[in-house]
Design a protein around this ligand. Structure first.
Ligand code: ADP
Ligand code: MG
Length: 272
């Protein structure tokens, strides 16, 4: 079982971002096509925001990038995803390898509530089959919590349960858990939509701090957030009866100030 192979954690420096490229990515659920030939380059060390109305395939697209899509029964995939030029879907490639290098954070903070803060971070290693010594774990816990902007708040209570933290802290704990394996890409699916404005700001600060060290792809419904944190935006749309696709993508400043497509202009201005 190559998927459960144990990998060393020390082979990658903490801060080398990687480029990700989707080529003609399509996706289906039970024969129903929800994405059609989506191509997008997500440059190394940059923040790409995926925007667009609900149901247009943003989350599905995100899940195709690290092969989480194929975990869903009945789901099918077409196209290519290249990580540093290598096919993420190549048959000889290990699934855990893709998921270790391409981490994910979800909308609802989902730490293991009864597990300690320390163990929650370490769980990131276990989930992707990475082995580490006690000392490496201690170092990774501090490193990951620091990168997630949570270390100062929790350093004295690492044995407290993850569930005792506030919602915003729990989300940063989930970011730390994802960072524990030193991924080179971080996928974030509406990471702030369950958070209050102050916690949202803290997560945005964390994203800013990670910029340059890691490649980030973030789905957000918050246009101010997309404008604040992203370098480029891709506007997704699924028009009546058609699968989702990208209408337009480009530098964030251009997407907000001089979009080429009227539908983009209407969407970023909040008209639908
Ligand atoms: P978004 O994140 O942009 O809101 P999604 O990727 O969640 O969009 O959904 C895209 C389409 O795929 C929608 O029509 C949705 O109903 C459908 N879909 C999403 N997840 C599933 C699933 N697990 N099973 C069947 N259909 C799904
Ligand atoms: Mg979604």
């Amino acid at each position: 079982m190559t998927d459960t192979a144990v990998l060393p954690v020390t082979d990658a420096p903490a801060t080398v971002p990687a480029a990700l490229e989707a080529r003609a990515v399509s996706a289906w659920f039970g024969g129903h096509q929800v994405l059609s030939r989506v191509s997008l380059t997500m440059p190394a060390g940059r923040v790409t925001a995926l925007i667009g109305p609900s149901g247009c395939g943003k989350s599905t697209f995100l899940r195709t990038l690290n092969r989480m899509h194929e975990l869903i029964p009945g789901a099918a995939f077409g196209g290519e995803v290249l990580f540093e030029g290598e096919d993420v879907y190549a048959p000889e490639r290990r699934l855990t390898d893709a998921r270790r290098r391409i981490g994910m954070v979800f909308q609802k903070p989902n730490p293991f509530p009864a597990m300690s803060i320390y163990d929650n971070v370490v769980a990131g290693l276990k989930l992707t089959g990475v082995r580490a010594s006690r000392r490496e774990k201690d170092e990774l816990v501090e490193e990951s919590l620091t990168r997630a902007g949570l270390w100062k708040e929790v350093r004295d209570r690492l044995r407290r349960p993850g569930g005792a933290l506030s919602g915003g802290q729990q989300q940063r704990l989930c970011i730390a858990r994802a960072l524990a394996v030193r991924p080179r890409v971080l996928l974030m699916d509406e990471p702030c939509s369950a958070l209050d404005p102050t916690s949202t700001r803290r997560v945005e600060e964390t994203i800013q701090d990670l910029r340059d060290q890691i490649t980030i792809v973030i789905v957000t419904h918050n246009m101010q957030q997309a404008a604040r944190v992203s370098d480029q935006c891709a506007f997704f749309l699924a028009e009546q009866g058609t699968p989702g696709g990208i209408v337009e993508h480009g530098p964030t400043e251009q997407m907000f100030n001089s979009p080429a497509d009227e539908r983009t202009a209407d969407y970023v201005a909040g008209r639908f």
